[in-house]
Write a protein that binds this ligand. Structure first.
Ligand code: COA
Ligand code: ZN
Length: 364
């Protein structure tokens, strides 16, 4: 399966509350994403502010393996901004649901089609590649969405993107929708999934499995409200469950995630899949005993795959094997009677905190 990832940390990610990146931080993020190997990086929407426009002008000149894409409303002025910033790809978006047409624009379906056609045509005449996104596509009447996709293709769009703007899709609905759109047009289909129901990753992966070629992601899933699909999650699922040939450097995922948590001020949950501190931490005695013999017993994939370490913590849930393992690592010799005693003492400990080496030594 050949698919690609488009990272939108610099555009969608920066739409997270209280997040604003400096140009230097953006350059760092772009370089880190390039080291991982995402195929596309969305570098911002120039109309938002002067500082964003300036950072786009710097970033669009950076040499990267990833192709860069500039975000734009379906407006001549936004497209002109992107063209002045040497865009090779412009991502033009327009809300297509009845809600968007009525409350955002106050226009008819026919006027919307005209605006979309004009904008895509105009950008195409200027020799750039275009991804057209139907914003709120998943609440758009299907027959109208197909009309939009066909108009965008006819006007010159190179890609059509389905945006699940309010995160309302489920995996089965995603699959149906991608298939319907794919059947109606000849250009590749992209998917942009929001996480309002916690399904962004699942929906993105199923969209790719159903024939979409590119999924939008962001580092740590940053984005409006509950964010979008997480880069680490989508990449790992694709690697583990599908025959993916992309040369992604999975060993960069933790670094990317930790750096972004610092820069954005939005920390990962401790138990966040893949990148969370507890993702490979084992606690219950029956688990740790098995993991010490054969890690795969309680790990779906090895932490080494992403340069992460396995941890075995000690507290009242620990059995003798975990305690013995830690004592061995500390080079402490013990009899089986002493091991029993130490384990029992750990079980009597009141605090919910796991045992540090120093505390263990005090029990010894
Ligand atoms: N395509 C074309 N026109 C669009 C559009 C789209 N996708 N989305 C909105 N518009 C139009 C509106 O209809 C409105 O037109 P009007 O001036 O003729 O009424 C105009 O854009 C928005 O203007 P306004 O509501 O007055 O907003 P603003 O001028 O105060 O700010 C932005 C506009 C884009 C600068 C501001 O909203 C912003 O910084 N947004 C951040 C980027 C963003 O919203 N991204 C969403 C990505 S999914
Ligand atoms: Zn979005």
């Amino acid at each position: 399966m050949k698919v690609a990832l488009l990272d939108s940390t610099l555009r969608e990610g920066e739409q997270s509350p209280n997040v604003s990146f400096t140009t230097a931080q953006k350059i760092k993020i772009v370089n880190a994403l390039d080291a991982f190997g995402v195929e596309y990086i969305e570098i911002g929407h120039p109309a938002v502010s002067e500082d964003i426009k300036k950072s786009i002008s710097v970033i669009s000149k950076l040499e990267t393996r990833a192709e860069k894409i500039i975000h734009s409303r379906a407006l001549k002025s936004d497209i002109d901004d992107a063209l002045l910033l040497d865009a090779t790809w412009i991502g033009i978006f327009f809300g297509t649901s009845d809600i968007s047409l009525k409350y955002k624009f106050g226009i008819s379906h026919q006027t919307a089609l005209k605006k979309i056609k004009y904008a895509v045509n105009y950008a195409k005449d200027n020799n750039v590649k275009i991804r057209f996104t139907a914003e709120d596509a998943t609440r758009t009447d299907l027959s109208f969405l197909i009309e939009v996709a066909q108009i965008a293709e006819e006007a010159g769009a190179d890609r059509f993107s389905i945006a699940d703007t309010v995160g309302i899709l489920t995996p089965d609905k995603t699959s149906l929708l991608v298939n319907k759109i794919k059947d109606a047009i000849n250009i590749p289909v992209h998917i942009h999934c929001h996480n309002d129901l916690g399904l962004a990753t699942a929906n993105s992966v199923i969209a790719l499995k159903s024939g979409a070629t590119v999924a939008d992601v962001s580092i740590n899933g940053l984005g409006e409200r509950s964010g979008i699909a997480s880069l680490a999650e989508v990449a790992m699922i694709l690697k583990l469950h599908f025959n993916i040939i992309n040369k992604w450097n999975l060993g960069e995922l933790i670094k990317l995630s930790e750096e972004l948590a610092l820069i954005s001020g939005i920390p990962n949950r401790l138990n966040q899949p893949i990148v969370g501190k507890y993702a490979f931490t084992h606690k219950a005695g029956l688990h740790t005993k098995a993991v010490l013999k054969y890690p795969n017993s309680y790990e779906g994939y090895p932490p080494e795959m992403i340069n992460q370490n396995r941890e075995i913590i000690l507290d009242k849930f620990s059995g003798k094997d975990a305690v013995a393992d830690r004592l061995n690592k500390l080079n402490i010799h013990y009899s089986s009677e002493q091991l029993n005693k130490i384990t029992n003492n750990i079980k009597r400990k009141r605090s919910s905190k796991s045992l540090s080496d120093i505390e263990l030594l005090s029990f010894v």
